[in-house]
Write a protein that binds this ligand. Structure first.
Ligand SMILES: CC(C)(COP(=O)(O)OP(=O)(O)OC[C@H]1O[C@@H](n2cnc3c(N)ncnc32)[C@H](O)[C@@H]1OP(=O)(O)O)[C@@H](O)C(=O)NCCC(=O)NCCS
Length: 169
C-alpha cells in the first residue's frame, strides 16, 4: 500500500481538479438528487476560491483518494439558531465535503484530513471548527462516529442536519 500524503489542492492543476471532482461526485451523487455533473463539481471547486475555502486532498500512489474542505469565516449556514450563534461567531472554521474513496476507508485518512484542517484553522487564529452530518445520508453513522471520536461536541440538529463543533483555543 502506497504512502498517503495530505496536501492542499492546486486549483490551477486541471488534472487534480478533475480527479477531485470525480471523487466528490461519486461520493455525494445521491445527495445531489441527480443534478450533479462533473462540470458542475469542477465549477464548485473553482468557486471555493472566492469563498475563502481551502481544499485538501489525500494522495496515494499518485491517485487522489480523499478530499475535504475547510473554510475560514464562511457565511454562517446556521446563524438563525441562537445557541449556535453563541458558540460559533466570527473566527469560525467550517469543515465540509469530506470524502474518502471506498477502497481506502477505515485507514485513518478522514482523521488525517480533519487534523490538517484543524491545523490550518489554528494557523488562521480561528476559535471554533464546526461541521455537520445529515441523518438522511447513508454515511451518517460513519460521520457521526468520526466527529465523536475526534472530540467534537454535538451542538444542535436542524432539519435533520446535526452540527458538531470543537473549540480550538
Ligand atoms: C465518513 C468518511 C469520510 C470516513 O472516512 P475514513 O477515512 O474511512 O475515516 P477514518 O478511517 O479516518 O475513521 C476515523 C473514525 O471514524 C469512525 N468511522 C469511520 N467510518 C466508520 C463507519 N463506517 N462506521 C462507524 N464508524 C466509522 C471510526 O470511529 C473511525 O476510527 P477507527 O477506524 O479507529 O474505529 C467516509 O466513510 C466517507 O467518505 N463517507 C462518505 C462521505 C461522507 O459521509 N462525508 C461526510 C459528510 S461531509
Amino acid at each position: 500500500m502506497a504512502e498517503v500524503v495530505i496536501e492542499e489542492l492546486n486549483r490551477d492543476n486541471p488534472f487534480d481538479v478533475r480527479e477531485t471532482a470525480q471523487l466528490l461526485l461519486r461520493t455525494f451523487r445521491k445527495q445531489y438528487h441527480g443534478q450533479a455533473t462533473l462540470t458542475r463539481m469542477i465549477q464548485d471547486i473553482d468557486l471555493t476560491r472566492q469563498n475563502r475555502v481551502h481544499v485538501f486532498i489525500a494522495r496515494s500512489g499518485g491517485k487522489i483518494v480523499g478530499v475535504a474542505n475547510g473554510g475560514f469565516n464562511t457565511p454562517l449556514q446556521v446563524s438563525h439558531v441562537e445557541e449556535i450563534q453563541r458558540h460559533i461567531g466570527a473566527g469560525n472554521y467550517f469543515l465540509s465535503n469530506l470524502a474518502v474513496h471506498p477502497d481506502f476507508r477505515r485507514r485513518g485518512i478522514a482523521k488525517r484530513l480533519t487534523a490538517r484542517r484543524i491545523e490550518h484553522a489554528r494557523q488562521l487564529g480561528c476559535k471554533v471548527a464546526y461541521g455537520g452530518t445529515n441523518e438522511s445520508s447513508e454515511h451518517h453513522v460513519a460521520r457521526k462516529a468520526q466527529f465523536e471520536k475526534e472530540g467534537f461536541t454535538h451542538l444542535a440538529a436542524l432539519n435533520g442536519e446535526h452540527y458538531y463543533y470543537k473549540r480550538l483555543r
